[in-house]
Ligand binder design. Structure first.
Ligand SMILES: [Zn+2]
Length: 165
């Protein structure tokens, strides 16, 4: 499916710190061929920015190569009691061990509003991480550009790959 890009305002961006990125890639690799997933901690300093500082895998013993589901009781436990020093739960992630990191139709249908959704999936040269969100339950799913740790990278929405300063 196609993911519409944002048409107005600042393009949404997720800053993913190095340790979080490393864990996401490691879990995707180690759990293959099954999916895995979990929660993302951090801050959302403004509506178009997420800063992901922490991550926790929530194992699903019934996961398959195409299905992962976090235990809702575990999710609620962490939503209710944030991890010390890591901000609050701002999103979730899951892996696509044999597909690219774009939301499946089920992902899009079930994506809760207001959270960042990172997907670790297969692309040409290995694993890559993309992120998505919807602002309201009936809003379309939009891509959130993932930046490495550090400064916010300025991007032109249509020509993001080259010419960044
Ligand atoms: Zn998925």
């Amino acid at each position: 499916m196609s993911i519409p890009s944002v048409t107005a305002g600042t393009p949404p961006a997720a800053i993913v710190t190095g340790p979080v990125r490393a864990l996401l890639l490691r879990w995707a690799h180690e759990r293959q061929p099954r999916e895995t997933g979990g929660l993302l901690w951090g801050r959302r300093p403004d509506t178009s920015t997420w800063r992901v500082d922490g991550v926790r895998e929530l194992r699903d013993r019934a996961a398959t190569p195409r299905r992962y589901r976090a235990d809702p009781r575990e999710v609620w436990r962490y939503l209710a009691a944030p991890m010390e020093g890591q901000g609050t739960v701002i999103g979730m992630f899951h892996t696509h061990p044999s597909a690219d990191p774009t939301p499946s139709s089920v992902d899009s249908r079930t994506m809760p509003a207001g959270f960042l959704h990172a997907i670790v999936g297969r692309e040409d040269r290995g694993w890559s991480i993309r992120a998505f969100h919807r602002e309201a339950p009936d809003a379309p799913v939009e891509e959130v550009r993932v930046h490495p740790d550090g400064r916010r990278v300025r991007t032109d929405r249509r020509r993001a790959a080259k010419g960044d300063r």
